[in-house]
Write a protein that binds this ligand. Structure first.
Ligand code: OMD
Ligand code: FE2
Length: 458
């Protein structure tokens, strides 16, 4: 992994960026995009991430100046066969589902894309609508091969092991607590240094973007400057390398051979590129007096549907933070949602379920599937003395929340052997405390007003 040391990044999500490999100054054509002859004898190639005619504030494209155009390759053939990486979301189950930590292969050698296992999804890449949720479980680096996704955009959430990612736009290292977005079509190669596990949110629709901040104002949550974009970097041996290009197209993998490396981009310019973000940079806002705010306050990135304010997928985190609300049941509330909630855990534990929800595992609470704090959490938090408290210390849970109704795969529901059959029991211990004679006292009724809200002084 020597060639991943001292990487430099550019900052600013959404920026229009120009990057030249320092070995080739002035490799970006001056004053135009498609000169008759590009500097250094390079080819110009556009990568379009939106329709040519998309409105300017949504339009995404970059120009790559490379040794060989991507078009030069042998014919495509179907394969390799990675059976668990699929768009067959054909298992339907509305249960509360929790998966124990997914196993990383130890004996056989498995690289990043060979180790992708699809958990759930909805929609279809053919109509460019929907999403898939996967985990990657691998132990080996991709060699002489590059992968790209024709179907949509990948958001990678590493849980164990650093990803060393070579892309057409340059190199990135992405370690647990960092996330990375690789938009549709960008070729990349993942190297790893041992047992490696993480989650993938794949969206077939629009690009990920930062959520609107509304009354929060111009700053907060994930700030654009903290997103890191790689610098152009080409392989010196690129023109003489044999490469396998693997594309996921309509849910199937296809391979084409070529005798040059796709990592031959000397310079690029535009606003379509891969990027990474460290979750420690997230600036949370929350209630400072009473009640529990909806988890949308912790949205890092969103992929919006055509329905206003409604996400195909939100990426939401539960970072370390102060919990200070008064006279409040502080953990997540009991909940039935018109959205699907898939959760994963990068490290530590999650406040609504201190036990049983494990790093590298997951849970799914589907549309209208009731869920919320387990019995232990309820008991403790409905009695606790409320002092300001730092919660989720050393912990990072996250949620992929979607307006779509997700179905599962054969592997996630049956094959993986990781479903916790006793999950539903975590709510069994919730007792009935209702007592018709236990009328609130005058003091009880005044509690929110006495203790936390201003009363009129006269
Ligand atoms: O644990 C969950 O289900 C996620 C969640 C967290 C929260 O703080 C409020 C609502 C919610 O669904
Ligand atoms: Fe929920």
């Amino acid at each position: 992994m020597n060639d991943f040391q001292n990487l430099k990044y550019r900052n600013g999500l959404g920026s229009d960026i120009s990057s030249e490999d320092p070995r080739c100054p002035n490799s970006l054509p001056a004053g135009q995009l498609t000169p008759q002859k590009c500097p250094y004898g390079l080819y110009a190639e556009q990568l379009s991430g939106t329709a040519f005619t998309a409105p300017r504030d949504q339009n995404k494209r970059s120009w790559l100046y490379r040794m060989k155009p991507s078009a030069q390759h042998e014919p495509w053939s179907q394969g390799p066969n990675v059976p668990y990486f699929t768009t067959k979301f054909d298992q339907i189950d509305p249960s509360q589902i929790r998966w124990n930590s997914f196993d990383i292969p130890k004996e056989e050698s498995v690289n990043f894309f060979e180790g992708i296992h699809t958990i759930a999804g909805a929609g279809d890449p053919r109509t460019r609508s929907g999403l898939a949720i996967h985990v990657y479980l691998c132990n080996a680096s991709m060699k002489d091969s590059a992968f790209y996704n024709s179907d949509g955009h990948f958001l990678l959430v590493p849980q164990q092991g650093t990803l060393y990612i070579k892309t057409e736009f340059g190199k990135l290292t992405v370690e647990p607590l960092e996330i990375c977005v690789i938009p549709q079509g960008i070729r990349f190669q993942v190297q790893v240094s041992g047992l490696t596990r993480g989650y993938i949110l794949e969206v077939y629709d629009t690009h990920f973007k930062l959520p609107d901040l509304g009354p929060i104002g111009a700053n907060g949550l994930a700030n654009p400057r903290d997103f890191e974009i790689p610098e152009a970097c080409y392989d010196e041996k690129a023109p003489d390398m044999k490469f396998k290009i693997v594309s996921k197209y309509q849910g199937l993998l296809f391979t084409a051979l070529q005798d040059h490396s796709p990592f031959d981009v000397v310079a690029w310019t535009g606003n379509l590129y891969p990027y990474k973000y460290h979750l420690n940079n997230f600036c949370p806002v929350n209630t400072v007096v009473y009640d529990h705010a909806d988890p949308s306050i912790f949205t890092v990135l969103t992929c919006q549907s055509a329905r206003v304010g409604t996400a195909i997928a939100d990426f939401v985190i539960f970072p370390p933070r102060w919990s200070i609300s008064e006279n409040t049941f502080r953990p997540p509330y009991y909940h039935r949602n018109c959205m699907s909630e898939f959760m994963g855990l990068i490290q530590g534990n999650y406040e609504a379920k201190e036990c049983g929800f494990l790093p590298g595992g997951a849970s799914l609470h589907s549309i209208m599937t009731p869920h919320g704090p387990d019995a232990e959490c309820f008991k403790e938090n409905s009695q606790a003395t409320l002092v300001p408290r730092k919660i989720a210390q050393d912990s990072m849970a996250f949620m992929f929340e979607s307006c779509l109704s997700l179905s599962l795969t054969e592997w996630s529901l049956h094959g993986c052997g990781k479903i916790d059959p006793d999950y539903y029991k975590c709510w069994n211990g919730l007792e009935n405390h209702f007592d018709v004679n236990n009328k609130p006292t005058a003091e009880d009724l005044m509690k929110p007003f006495d203790k936390i809200k201003l009363s009129k002084k006269n």
